[in-house]
Design a protein around this ligand. Sequence first.
Ligand code: NAI
Length: 468
Amino acid sequence: MSYDVIVIGSGPGGYVCAIKAAQLGMKVAVVEKRATYGGTCLNIGCIPSKALLHASEVFHHAAHGMADLGVEVGAPTLNLPKMMAHKDATVKSNVEGVAFLFKKNKIDGIQGTGKILGAGKVEVTNDAGEVQVLETKNIVIATGSDVAGIPGVAVEIDEKIIVSSTGGIALDKVPAKMIVVGGGVIGLELGSVWSRLGAKVTVVEYLDTILGGMDGEVSKQFQRILAKQGMEFNLGAKVTGVVKSGDGAKVTFEPVKGGEAQTLDADVVLVATGRKPYTAGLGLEESGVALDNRGRVEIDGHYRTNVAGIYAIGDVVKGPMLAHKAEDEGVALAEILAGQHGHVNYEVIPGVVYTQPEVASVGKTEEELKAAGVTYKVGKFPFTANGRARAMQAMDGFVKVLADKDTDRVLGVHIIGLGAGEMIHEAAVLMEFGGSSEDLGRTCHAHPTMSEAVKEAALATFFKPLHM
Ligand code: NAI
């Protein structure tokens, strides 16, 4: 059997690429070493964490947010095994969904670890140790990423006391004290889950801000909101040691600017200091596929590696490690392989942090515009002035629009607020069409909605908001 495309890895990049290629008439196989499809995202990442974020948010809301609305239910009781069962059921239905889509699109799913023998040849070793060699015109590397650990610090992650995100979504009890190493997306999302369920969460972050790379004003206000929710922050603090101690662990950190080190105890330590491209055992060295200086598979603008017929997409290549970026690359590559003109607009890739409130952004931050010497104008609107937000007691946060000073073209939109992750997409569509803040401000928005704050922030950018 010879294929048009063999995709190695069935995460959002790989499985979407496979489906699109099959839809375009190609004969496709996907090699996956896990027992289920969907990669990190569906099995141990985006999907299970969102199940826990939602459930823990409902728990927290029942305890703290409902009485003021006149709904008195008493103190809620946590049934953690049931919450975990909800998470597991969510994962199961999603991974089964991918299996269904493979069947529907006549994609061969092949269980086992894939190794590239060279252009056109993939060796697959299954769990029973049986080996087969598959032939194909094109190979797509979509092997994703793995936990990076703490740079320069030897940490033994046992996924019980010292956990990565994998163990962090599967604790069997709520820790009294949790230390989160890394104030990035994983640290703040999973830190929020356990904080809402009753843990005292302390974040230790190397940079002076949480969510490094986000718009500075957004990360500052977001930190204030999380602190109000009970999370503690040690910023500008470099973790130099995480060791098990008795039933818990000790985390040692020192000010980045220099000074006394300190050590804190915790029941559970979540290591959330980033992810690294996953290429181990893939045969890249043997088949001559080049990596860049950060260990990522090197590609050109058309996802081609240096070896003809071998391509790569998703977390294993440059760019943000985001499922939707990988998906879009999968689609673009399938189109290119079909002789079409697949393309991803990297200027318009939204990013969402699924905390409560959510943080969402698309395009440039103020800091990036300053650094690039772009003259810009800013329009802001707080949810405190939005009627729907008041009705839902969801007044935390604001919308910020950045537009080119001369042309009014929208260059970036940043939102903190309930449902920010949904609202950001009107900004993404506008930016795909090169729209201006006036276009956004003059678009009729339904009343009363949270999205009216997006319109108002756009009005504030090109003239004045109405409700402030
Ligand atoms: P991250 O890169 O977002 O954050 C890691 C943080 O750890 C950084 O702020 C860094 O300064 C800090 N750090 C590194 N070494 C340190 C040390 N020795 N001491 C103290 N702090 C230290 O990585 P994270 O949160 O692990 O996420 C991994 C990837 O997964 C990211 O690319 C992220 O975008 C993606 N992801 C995206 C989600 C989303 O879009 N909602 C959810 C979860 C993950």
